[in-house]
Design a protein. Structure first.
Length: 428
């Protein structure tokens, strides 16, 4: 196993990336764009609809480029350069959000910056995840993966608290401890500079310390765009012949990972519309939820190393379905807090174990392409939870019914997971 300092540097990158995503894509900048900048936009399409289109385009770009990124970073010596480039671009695009004023003319540029940032962060996860093998052994995959997820959750908590109390809190024209004016979105625009700096500060330790010892014979020229897709096709055929179960797991994990994403995407919406949580308390719940998820990721990582990743995934998905269906028949803020935090407790172990099981099933030196495909398939299945969420709402005429759609996605992932065969060498 690598020295603890290198493991810490690796986890800190997730701290920076998750914090930036929480502020940019979930709680602050996306809300600013749809609720303030685009409030008086002309035309029939709502700002939220345009946001959906922008994120869809980002998802398509990631689905197309993630496998190619995986081919590029199969060589360990390229991982730091690719990670540094994508991290730097994400920071630049986030900092540029500080120019997006409270004017409908700035909506499209703001959406473009949001989509570019989201795509860069998703693509950066490919070399980042591939580095896990360089930092751990089969006996420590789980705990180190869980530590990384936990650091990410806590990074989201830390940056959200800084942004809330420093830039957002209050009802006066000047907000937060810094007393920044709401006029023209100056407080939110300033917060984007902090988010960009947050990513750079927490990303630099890994970028500066991630070195691979490479022999001259192992260094190959970059395959280029067309050459990269040819290598991708060859690798896909090779993996299919080597272990079709590996390809099957990619598809199954994409399904249940989308269910996990649905919990975070729609949890706050249901808390307000169904269970009576005030909008002001949603951010506080998010802080507690991320903290609980971090605890679950650490505990799940240790269980992963002891009993294996598949049992952790199966039992966690089972618990998520039971808690979700229980929440379906309950009402009130207390039920949402208790069941919501229980859901978050089991999300962390599932996410962590899903990553380590892929690594355990991947051939030596193939982790780059494996995580490229992992990101691509995750994007390809990203429509399932949102689609079923709204299908059940329309079918039963109540937001509460959307929970059934999310639970169905989790159940489909659980059933598929039961059929995944874990090779003997991947059990330890």
């Amino acid at each position: 196993m690598a020295p603890r300092s290198k493991v810490a540097a690796w986890a800190l990158w997730d701290c920076g990336s998750t914090g930036l995503n929480a502020v940019v894509a979930t709680f602050v900048f996306s809300v600013y764009l749809t609720g303030t900048v685009g409030q008086d936009i002309a035309g029939d399409t709502s700002p939220a609809g345009l946001l959906g289109r922008a994120l869809t385009l980002a998802g398509v770009a990631v689905a197309l480029l993630a496998p190619l990124t995986g081919v590029l970073v199969q060589a360990p010596h390229r991982r730091r350069a690719v990670l540094a480039t994508l991290t730097g671009l994400a920071a630049v695009f986030t900092a540029a959000m500080s120019f997006i004023r409270d004017d409908p003319r700035y909506l499209v540029p703001g959406l473009a910056l949001l989509a570019l940032t989201a795509a860069c962060c998703d693509l950066a996860s490919v070399p980042y995840n591939a580095m896990l093998r360089q930092l751990s052994t089969p006996n420590t995959f789980g705990r180190i993966s869980g530590f990384g997820w936990a650091a990410g959750y806590l990074g989201g908590v830390g940056l959200l608290l800084l942004v809330y109390f420093g830039f957002i809190e209050g009802e006066d024209p000047d907000r937060g401890l810094l007393g920044l004016p709401v006029e023209d979105g100056q407080n939110v625009r300033a917060a984007m500079l902090l988010a960009a700096l947050w990513l750079l500060v927490f990303g630099l330790p890994l970028i500066l310390t991630a070195k691979a010892e490479v022999s001259p014979d192992s260094v190959q020229a970059s395959p280029g765009l067309l050459g990269g897709y040819r290598l991708l096709w060859n690798d896909l055929r090779s993996e299919w012949r080597r272990d079709r179960n590996f390809v099957y797991y990619l598809l199954v994990s994409a399904v249940f990972r989308d269910g996990l994403a649905g919990i975070f995407a729609f949890g706050a919406v249901l808390g307000v519309s169904v269970y009576g949580i005030s909008p002001a308390d949603v951010l506080i719940f998010g802080v507690f939820a991320s903290t609980v998820a971090a605890v679950g990721a650490v505990a799940g990582g240790r269980l992963d190393d002891r009993i294996g990743a598949k049992p952790v995934i199966v039992w966690s998905l089972s618990a998520l379905i039971v808690v979700g269906m229980t929440l379906l028949v309950l009402s009130g803020p207390t039920a949402f807090w208790v069941c919501g935090l229980l859901l978050c407790l089991f999300v962390g172990p599932t996410q962590s174990a899903a990553r380590t099981l892929l690594l355990r099933m991947t051939g030596e030196g193939k982790e780059g392409i494996a995580f490229g495909l992992y990101t691509m398939t995750g994007r390809a299945a990203a429509f399932l939870a949102p689609w079923l969420f709204f299908v059940f709402i329309d079918l039963f005429g109540t937001d509460r019914a959307g929970l059934v759609g999310i639970c169905l996605v989790l159940a489909a992932g659980l059933l598929g997971m039961l059929l995944v065969r874990v090779p003997d060498h991947a059990r330890s």
